[in-house]
Design a protein. Structure first.
Length: 527
């Protein structure tokens, strides 16, 4: 079977002078990427890494991330991206849980490790810095410059783990999803087919590479096209400017980004003439947003649905032709995430795992070649998620007689804010530490900019009636990443509960959504 490293070698051989990556003012050809990832691989070997070891990277978006990833492909290493929005306890968990041996750190992220360098070294983790004046003992460019021979490439099997993508866990700590070389190859090739990409496309994918969306920036391994990545981080104005500068043809935007793009495009000050298609997904998009995007941008639209556990492999596709049909004749279809790709089986099951008839609502189960190997160091969670070759997604949906899939709820009470997954339990575990919080329930409420916003419903502890919303939000911000920090706090006398003392989160969410004035934004987005 073809492995990702084989695709890289062929791109370098067949398109050596073609631009593989653009990041701000920096560019790299396929020959550059092959040569520098060879040097990176040799440097990692010289520091003692062998097949199956783990190496991590903590950095803003840059081309070096992909040089490191390609080196992992060549050596059979396990790559971990450390989210630069993590707080120190989450960073420490990721490094220890994954048994990281080498951590590559950009100078702009060193502040996240401030005061903890000795602790990292005590874990026998070697630190390599890059970017000017990083101050670490080992320097990425010096290591690459000292290489005089190619790396020794080990045998790699399709089932060998290529990277570990960390996602939110039920305990409040990120859990590592084990994703293989074979799954990565299938994701690359099937995605190119399903999206209709060609070698001449210029592809822009803005999401952070620390997690599974890293795969979307290596789709180009399957056809040699050019990928444009954000310079450090995503900015919608920069994207709209770069579309003209780099003749970008295809873009992935989560609905939050799409909404901003539509608003800015209405000014008429951007040249978007090269753009032929926008792909969107990862969080709910309202029919109104889809109509606005079609009318304002005048490009093809394609909606998708995927999961970390499917190696980011897109499961369903609402095609441009189906969008046009829905906009003209069947607006209800805009609520669908499309039909299942031919590389997956999808089944709707009841709570006992029995398949349900067409049209009935139940849990989405998936079967295909891109599914995860499991959760790292979590055998119970792995057994719950993988059953007889099927992935139980915890996503609730239905499928109609034509094969269109409709999502009803996403992973129980998971909040998707700006395309980022937030579990309420993570936020609740922090907020309850505030001395004024006696009880809290965290839910996602529709938001016109973020898709959903994190809202905390709080019962104050006796004697703290004067504590303000800002006090609790500021407290959370000290311990949580920006997406997890509540956008609003609602104070109540009592939280609604069932007879067995469980908080009625659905009732809370419905009340916040339907009662004007409880949150300071319009929650009626379906118009």
């Amino acid at each position: 079977m073809l492995l990702p490293r084989d695709l890289l070698r062929r791109c370098a051989q067949n398109f050596p002078d073609k631009t593989a990556y653009i990041c701000g003012a920096s560019k790299a050809t396929w020959a550059d990427m092959d040569r520098r990832s060879d040097r990176c691989a040799h440097a990692l070997q010289s520091l003692g890494l062998t097949h199956g070891d783990t190496t991590a990277v903590l950095a803003p978006e840059c081309i070096e991330i992909y040089e490191h990833f390609f080196a992992c492909m060549k050596l059979g290493l396990r790559r971990v991206g450390v989210n630069n929005r993590y707080a120190w306890p989450e960073i420490l968990h990721v490094l220890t849980d994954s048994s990281t041996k080498i951590l590559l750190v950009h100078k702009d992220c060193l502040s996240l490790l401030a005061g903890h360098l000795d602790e990292i070294k005590s874990l026998n983790i070697t630190l390599i810095g890059f970017g000017e004046m990083h101050g670490l003992d080992k320097d990425f460019e010096q290591l690459l410059g000292a290489v005089t021979a190619p790396p020794v490439l080990p045998d790699i099997a399709p089932d060998d783990v290529l990277f570990i993508s960390y996602t939110s866990g039920t305990t409040g700590l990120p859990k590592g999803v084990l994703l293989t070389n074979g799954a990565a190859t299938d994701v690359i090739l099937h995605s190119l087919i399903s999206f209709g990409f060609s070698r001449d496309d210029v592809w822009y994918q803005p999401a952070a590479s620390a997690w599974v969306v890293l795969m979307m920036s290596v789709f180009n391994l399957g056809n040699g096209m050019t990928s444009v990545i954000p310079d450090g981080g995503f900015d919608i104005n920069e994207l709209l400017t770069e579309i003209a500068e780099h003749k970008i043809t295809t873009v992935l935007l989560v609905p939050t980004m799409l909404q901003r793009a539509v608003a800015l495009a209405k000014s008429g000050s951007y040249d978007l003439s090269s753009l032929r298609m926008i792909i969107y997904g990862s969080s709910p998009a309202t029919p109104k947003l889809i109509r606005d995007a079609s009318e304002t941008l005048g490009v093809d639209l394609l909606q998708t649905y995927a999961l970390t556990e499917s190696t980011g492999g897109w499961v369903t596709f609402l095609t441009p032709a189906e969008h046009r049909h829905a906009l003209e004749h069947e607006p209800e279809l805009l609520r669908s995430v499309g039909r299942v790709g031919l590389h997956f089986d999808l089944s709707i099951r009841d709570h006992e795992g029995r398949e349900l008839p067409i049209g009935e609502k139940g849990e989405i189960w998936l079967r295909g070649s891109t599914l995860m190997q499991g959760y790292l160091n979590l055998p119970v969670e792995t057994a719950e998620a993988l059953k007889d070759g099927w992935l139980t997604t915890n996503d609730i949906g239905r499928i109609d007689e034509r094969g269109f899939v409709f999502l009803m709820d996403r992973k129980k009470f998971m909040i998707i804010t700006g395309g980022i997954n937030v579990f309420p339990t993570t936020v609740e575990a922090i907020a309850i530490e505030h001395k004024a919080v006696e009880e809290i329930a965290v839910v996602g409420v529709p938001h016109p900019e973020w898709g959903e916003a994190v809202v905390g419903v709080v019962k104050r502890a006796p004697g703290y009636e004067a504590v303000l919303e800002a006090d609790i939000i500021d407290f959370c911000a000290q311990h949580l990443g920006k997406p997890e920090t509540p956008k609003h706090i609602v104070f109540v006398d009592e939280l609604p509960k069932t007879s067995n003392a469980k908080v009625k989160k659905i009732e809370i969410r419905d009340r916040l959504t339907s009662t004007p004035g409880l949150v300071p934004w319009d929650t009626n987005l379906d118009r």
